[in-house]
Write a protein that binds this ligand. Structure first.
Ligand SMILES: [Fe+2]
Length: 198
């Protein structure tokens, strides 16, 4: 769905407690209802004063040369994407066609997971780790700082983990590693597959 100004916060595709015990209800309420909402509100405030930008899509605003617009547009886009990347723990499995693509790029699912975790843990400060499809159609892992987005570099996001402390601090405290390793249980692989072959 193409989003344009004024931007509204979508409801989560599941209940706030749906990702328990991996991601607790309170974290989800604050993350969606406060952090995500604030990116949305800030973006509307910024764009509200700039009539020439009001026709641009959210995706187009990701490459704005005005940092506050880029950051808040990324905050809205990335979280929309993140919520849809997750589902109730244990209900989603990697199906064959996705597995084949992962093995082609990373040799094995285990190797892919290890590299993705390394990207998530290696991101200093706040940001994201991503599984992306490159321009040649192959899979790659990347990470971005703050609310930056790989679309800007011509890559197609397939999966992302938010590694800002607000995503995990209430439950996991400073143990990002525990959050990242537990997070695999809530990945919505069906959604990843859909993004790979739309
Ligand atoms: Fe976040």
């Amino acid at each position: 769905m193409i989003k344009t100004y004024p931007f509204t916060l979508d409801l989560l595709p599941y209940a706030y407690d749906a990702l328990e015990p991996v991601i607790d209800k309170e974290t989800m309420e604050i993350h969606h209802g406060k952090h995500h909402q604030t990116y949305c509100d800030n973006l509307n405030k910024l764009i509200g004063d700039m009539i020439d930008l009001q026709g641009l899509s959210l995706q187009e605003l990701l490459s704005s040369d005005q940092l506050p617009i880029k950051n808040n547009a990324g905050g809205v886009w990335n979280h929309d994407f993140f919520w849809e990347s997750m589902t109730t723990p244990g209900v989603s499995q990697i199906e064959n066609s996705l597995k084949v693509e992962i093995e082609k790029a990373f040799a094995s699912v285990e190797e892919f997971m290890a590299k993705f975790e390394a990207a998530a843990l290696g991101r200093f400060g706040s940001g994201w780790a991503w599984l992306v499809k490159n321009k040649e159609g192959g899979l790659e892992i990347t990470s971005t700082a703050n609310q930056d987005n790989p679309l800007v570099d011509g890559l197609t996001p397939l999966l992302a983990i938010d590694v800002w402390e607000h995503a995990y601090y209430l439950k996991y405290k400073n143990k990002r590693v525990d959050y990242v390793k537990a997070w695999w249980q809530v990945v919505n692989w069906d959604k990843v597959e859909e993004r790979l072959s739309p």
